[in-house]
Ligand binder design. Structure first.
Ligand code: ADP
Length: 454
């Protein structure tokens, strides 16, 4: 993979003085990069083997709170350490920062060095291993949508998040002229990510003023999740360097479309795409049909992993290209699941439910678990839905609130069997806490509605 550095290559760069800093990164429950900035000399001599972090990092929220109710870590247990073990196959340059490289880490128990089961990379690695035991590998692509704003994060925060002017003045879906005006941010995004070993396909304007999409070539599931996480981080940093904010909040304005992260999925064996059957209707193999049957049937149970915040559910709204129904359709953007590349070797399923706020490790793991169950039980795929799926009263709804999604997650026997009770309980607590925090908040909407008139 171009861009990926061997450990020896990194050592050479450090001795030549071209790299002086190594970002040693794990992924938190929210899908953010967390970790430490190492002096490169220390990293290549000592810390390449392991470093440490406080174990509250995998039991916190966007605000770094220390909620109660997590079995793995608490004030009572003293918030000890986890081991962060660099995965040396993921060393890459960070071309948008001077003299900097980075590495992704797995998170291990401090005493036993066993993987921490609820660490997002470990959650995905477990499902990949199950799939490999069946003789399959998954190839995935997560498209990333986001909005660029005129001002910086700091200026917007100082305005109380009220001064939210997007970088462009009109819907720029597929526009070349408007996106030319945004090349100050988007060209370095494409080129720096590509130089970091992330196979960028393209960026494009999306269906709102200031909305962008980044497409990365599909890859093995773990690589795909790493690519997504690094790309999201890079977009924020590169936009910040140019004095702009990039937001992945799925719905920042009730009157505008939201931002998604669609997930394209296919299974392979020794380089052969297993979802393709030349002689079958739409080119869909039986394996693909079973996988999709599981994916669709269990969607309500794993939707939390596609929509992890209260705000995520505001995106699911009719006529916005964000789905409301858990059915599939052939190349039809009104359904939760879209068949793409029908009749070709590239036949795949695109899940359109996920928002731009999803954690790609957890989202992919949950969908693989559902697909594996579909294959194991040879589940039967219903006929595709046709026409405007928003108006199909018979089609099942996506859970409409975080509260509903938390209930389906808590009760999911499929996810409990696939991921383990400890992991499902951990993320159920995460979902509950998010709702509890929201329930404690007094929102702008309540004040505007009731301040004078209540
Ligand atoms: P769209 O119409 O959704 O924009 P694209 O042709 O741009 O479709 O592809 C979207 C994503 O699907 C890209 O990231 C691409 O790499 C990925 N993709 C293509 N083929 C496959 C496949 N067989 N399995 C998984 N992802 C794939």
């Amino acid at each position: 993979m171009p861009g990926i550095l061997s450990f020896d290559h990194l050592k050479t760069q450090v001795s030549e003085g071209t790299t002086d800093t190594v970002l040693v990164c794990a992924v938190d429950m929210q899908g953010r990069l967390i970790g430490k900035r190492f002096h490169a000399a220390n990293f290549i001599s000592h810390s390449y083997a392991e470093t440490h972090c406080c174990n509250y990092l995998l039991a916190t929220d966007l605000e770094m709170a220390t909620p109660d109710g997590y079995a793995s870590t608490s004030w009572e247990k003293g918030y000890g350490d986890y081991v962060m073990r660099p995965d040396l196959s993921t060393i890459r340059p960070v071309p948008w920062l001077e003299g900097t490289a980075m590495v992704m880490c797995d998170v291990l128990d401090h005493h036993t060095h066993a993987p921490v089961p609820h660490a997002p990379r470990a959650v995905l690695q477990k499902q990949i291993a199950r799939l490999e035991a069946m003789g399959f590998t998954a190839k995935m692509a997560t498209e990333l949508e986001f909005f660029l704003f005129e001002k910086s994060f700091d200026d917007i925060r100082k305005s109380g998040f009220r001064d939210l002017a997007p970088i462009s003045g009109y819907n720029e879906d597929y526009h070349i002229f408007q996106t030319t005006k945004e090349e100050g941010v988007m060209r370095p995004v494409r080129n720096h990510l590509f130089a970091a070993g992330i196979p960028v396909e393209n960026t494009k304007g999306e269906a709102e003023a200031g909305q962008e999409e980044l497409n990365i070539r599909y890859a093995a599931a773990l690589d795909c999740a790493d690519h997504h996480t690094i790309a999201k981080h890079a977009i924020k940093e590169i936009a910040w360097q140019q004095g702009h904010a990039a937001s992945f909040l799925p719905k920042w304005d009730a009157g505008k479309v939201g931002s998604s992260s669609h997930v394209h999925q296919s299974l392979w064996q020794d380089g052969t795409p297993l979802f393709y059957d030349k002689g079958a209707d739409l080119g869909m193999s039986d394996l693909m049909k079973h996988y999709m049957a599981g994916l669709i049937a269990f969607a309500p149970e794993y939707v939390f992993f596609l929509a992890p915040y209260v705000n995520s559910y505001k995106r699911f709204s009719k006529g916005t290209f964000a789905p409301t129904k858990t059915v599939w359709s052939v190349d039809n953007r009104t359904a939760g699941f879209r068949l793409c590349g029908d009749g070709t070797k590239g036949v795949r399923v695109e899940c359109r439910i996920g928002g731009s706020d999803l954690n790609p490790y957890l989202a992919q793991a949950a969908m693989l678990a559902a697909g594996i169950k579909g294959i194991e039980d040879q589940m039967v795929l219903a006929a595709p839905t046709k026409g405007d799926v928003y108006e199909d009263a018979k089609a099942a709804d996506i859970p409409q609130t975080l509260r509903a999604a938390t209930d389906t997650l808590r009760g999911s026997q499929m996810l409990r069997a696939a991921m383990g009770d400890d992991v499902v309980d951990h993320y159920t607590r995460c979902a509950e806490w998010e709702q509890e925090e929201f329930d404690r908040a007094v929102t702008d909407w309540e004040i505007a509605r009731g301040f004078e008139r209540a």
